[in-house]
Structure formats: structure tokens, C-alpha cells
Design a protein around this ligand. Structure first.
Ligand code: GRF
Length: 208
């Protein structure tokens, strides 16, 4: 049984999707724990309700990002996870942490990368005027939202959309794609060659 840990900064609906998929037996893993950089994150409440161990490494208590990551790293190591899932984790992981877990950290991003990396991806997409957007699950490398892509799913951008309505439409795809990717990882079906990721077995969730 693989051990999956989650890092989340906020609401945690993607974390919940992983919890539920594990509970239903769709992901053959146990949830090793949640780490949050934000003591006010609703994700912590979700961990509590599900009986999942959680650890708060409060970013605001550290003088620098380096100091914060010096506390985050041992917290991550202590979970003995096979996979770390960044599910609404609103910081860029430093190189030291990324190198410690090569090929074992994935992230969910609410846009079709490489378009609209970084914060407020849905707002960026609206302002740019694209007609489709979506979500991307990818491996984490030392850049910002730049690692090899595991799965993407698209949604239309509709006339009259605002940031909230587009985010909601994308989120419903995120809740399908993230468990799908975690399941493939846990079943050892993912192969990475350079930037290209191939996955055997179950086809990805259809585009929206
Ligand atoms: C999601 O849109 C995710 O893609 C982005 O932040 C949001 C987090 O939502 N990185 P939630 O906390 O999982 O509900």
C-alpha cells in the first residue's frame, strides 16, 4: 500500500477528492497526512474529520522562506510518503525540497499549462480572452508550474463568465483529474521520459 501525503493552504476540496477516492478504494493507498502552511486552512478541518494526521508549519512564524522550508522538510520526511500531492498549496517549493523527493511530488494547477502559470490562473485566462481553459496535473520540478504534464482536462470559457464561475467549472475537472493521476501513480502506471509522461491502463477523464 502506497502512502500519499497532501500539502494544502486553503479550502482543500482537492484534498477531499483524494480522501474520498482513497475511501472508495479507487486509489489504492493510505493517506499519510496533511501538511498546511496556513493554520486557518479549511483543509485541516477536513483532515480532522477524516481522522488523517495533520501538521501545521505556519509560514508566518518564520523569518524567511529558507527557515520555513527547514521546518517543512523534516515534516515531509516524517510522513514516509511515496507521493506528495500539492493540492492548493500556494507556495513554490524550493529546490532543496524538490531534490529530496525526485519524481514524487505532483501539483494541480487550474489552467492548461504552459499557459497561465502562477497565481490567479483563472483570472489570467479570462483577461487573456481564451475560449477554453482547464486544469493540469503535473510533476513538480524546480520551476513554477513547469514540470512534466500527467493529465489535462479542458472546459469552455463561456460568455459572461467571471473568475468565480470559470473557477467552479475548472474545479469540477480538477476533482476528476487529481484522483485519476494519484491512482495511476500508486499503481505504478506512470513513466516519465524527459518532459513526456506516459500512462498505461485506464484512459484519462474525458475533456469537459
Ligand atoms: C485549485 O483551483 C487548485 O488548482 C489551485 O488552488 C485551488 C485550490 O482549491 N492550485 P482547493 O483548496 O483544493 O479547494
Amino acid at each position: 500500500m502506497k502512502r500519499v501525503a497532501v500539502l494544502a493552504s486553503g479550502r482543500g476540496s482537492n484534498f477531499q477528492a483524494v480522501i474520498d477516492a482513497i475511501g472508495e478504494g479507487y486509489i489504492p493507498a493510505e493517506c499519510a497526512g496533511l501538511i498546511s502552511d496556513n493554520p486557518g486552512a479549511y483543509a485541516i478541518e477536513r483532515a480532522r474529520k477524516a481522522g488523517i494526521p495533520f501538521f501545521i508549519v505556519d509560514y508566518s512564524l518564520y523569518a524567511s522562506k529558507e527557515d520555513y522550508e527547514s521546518a517543512l522538510l523534516p515534516a515531509m520526511q516524517s510522513l514516509h510518503a511515496d507521493l506528495f500531492v500539492l493540492a492548493g498549496y500556494m507556495r513554490i517549493l524550493g529546490a532543496r525540497i524538490v531534490r529530496e523527493f525526485p519524481g514524487r511530488i505532483i501539483n494541480i494547477h487550474p489552467a492548461l499549462l504552459p499557459s497561465f502559470a502562477g497565481l490567479h490562473a483563472q483570472r489570467q485566462a479570462l483577461e487573456y480572452g481564451v475560449k477554453v481553459s482547464g486544469c493540469t496535473v503535473h510533476f513538480v520540478d524546480e520551476g513554477m508550474d513547469s514540470g512534466p504534464i500527467i493529465v489535462q482536462s479542458c472546459v469552455p470559457v463561456l460568455p459572461g463568465d467571471d473568475e468565480e464561475s470559470l473557477s467552479e467549472r475548472i474545479l469540477s475537472r480538477e476533482h476528476l483529474c487529481l484522483p485519476w493521476a494519484v491512482r495511476a501513480f500508486c499503481e505504478g502506471r506512470i513513466r516519465v521520459e524527459g518532459r513526456r509522461v506516459s500512462i498505461t491502463g485506464e484512459p484519462p477523464p474525458p475533456p469537459g
